[in-house]
Design a protein around this ligand. Structure first.
Ligand code: AMP
Length: 185
């Protein structure tokens, strides 16, 4: 099952609440805490992702700070593969590689451990196959920076997966990898 059926789509979508004007006026914040505390909806989502990605020959899931950690780590466990965090600047303790990306005002930065996918990945002909996961795709700045990081430490970002996509922001056009969103709004 590659795509979600309409009943499951409705179950997952109705479990996510929208908070107007958070964290600032004009933003419709998609709050996934109400999905996480609903075991039926969360389980349906994770089973869908497990079915979609089992058999894709993935080596790792990389999750984006912070909500991508929750879905990414749960999926990695279901698939029996490793999980790698892509974190905001200055959070990772070992040697890192970093990428800047632009925000509405200014810049932000994400980092990954240099050995996140094992030592000497740059010298290997069979680059580890990585799925990048986050909760929501908006402008695409965060995910495109994270996918560049995966490439810079010698792995292959084979797909970027989001639970929700704000399609009108056209974020997927910024990302240099295939994009799958469970629910496009
Ligand atoms: P962007 O880089 O613009 O694609 O923003 C994506 C990141 O910001 C993701 O990590 C999301 O968790 C967060 N984000 C952006 N917009 C929203 C929103 N409306 N509701 C919840 N999270 C958001």
């Amino acid at each position: 099952m590659e795509h979600l059926d309409p009943t499951d789509r409705e179950k997952i979508l109705s479990s996510i609440r929208t908070i107007p004007d958070f964290p600032k006026p004009g933003i419709q914040f998609k709050d996934i805490t109400t999905l996480l505390n609903n075991p039926d909806a969360f389980g349906t989502l994770m089973t869908h992702l497990e079915k979609r990605y089992a058999g894709r020959n993935l080596d790792y899931i990389a999750g984006i700070d912070a909500r991508g950690f929750i879905f990414g780590a749960a999926l990695a466990d279901r698939l029996g593969i490793g999980f790698v965090p892509v974190r905001k600047k200055d959070k990772l303790p070992y040697t890192t590689v970093s990428e800047k990306y632009s925000l509405e005002y200014g810049f932000d930065e994400v980092e990954i451990h240099i050995d996140a996918f094992g030592e000497d990945t740059a010298c290997r002909s069979d680059a580890p196959r990585v799925l990048l996961v986050d909760d929501l795709l908006a402008t695409g700045g965060t995910a495109s920076a994270a996918s560049r990081l995966i490439g810079r430490v010698g792995a292959d970002c084979v797909e970027c997966c989001f639970i929700l996509e704000l399609g009108f922001l056209k974020g997927r056009e910024k990302i240099d990898a295939p994009v799958y969103s469970v629910i496009e709004l």
